[in-house]
Design a binder for this molecule. Sequence first.
Ligand SMILES: [Zn+2]
Ligand SMILES: [Zn+2]
Ligand SMILES: [Zn+2]
Length: 130
Amino acid sequence: MHCRCGRETMLAFGMCSTCYTLRRQDEENFGGLREAVLERDGYRCRVCDAPGTGKRSIIVHHRVPGRSELRLMISLCRGCHARVHRTKAVLAVMPPLLLELWREQHPEGHDQKTLDFKRTIQPAAAIPLF
Ligand SMILES: [Zn+2]
Ligand SMILES: [Zn+2]
Ligand SMILES: [Zn+2]
């Protein structure tokens, strides 16, 4: 007997322990809707349209922390997800959707943070290879 992922199942519900653990996490963290969100978004990042390359390469992001509702969750690639959660970001180069998601995560004075970031940004220096 094999699990969907190809491993031999050693556990109940027709799943291997890895899949079972992931399923449990999905239920705890996403109300069991993780797959539904990914399916709705076509297993692609909604910001940059990057396709998911592996089962866990696309992250389901909560637009409102702790609220596992379909309309409040969105599929993001690791890169875009990291940018949403990073407290300092270059707002000008963000796609509009990413900017919106970022503002949701950082409601407290994003303009101030932009200024802080610009003050510390350094122009890219040419680094000789040899
Ligand atoms: Zn499995
Ligand atoms: Zn992306
Ligand atoms: Zn997130």
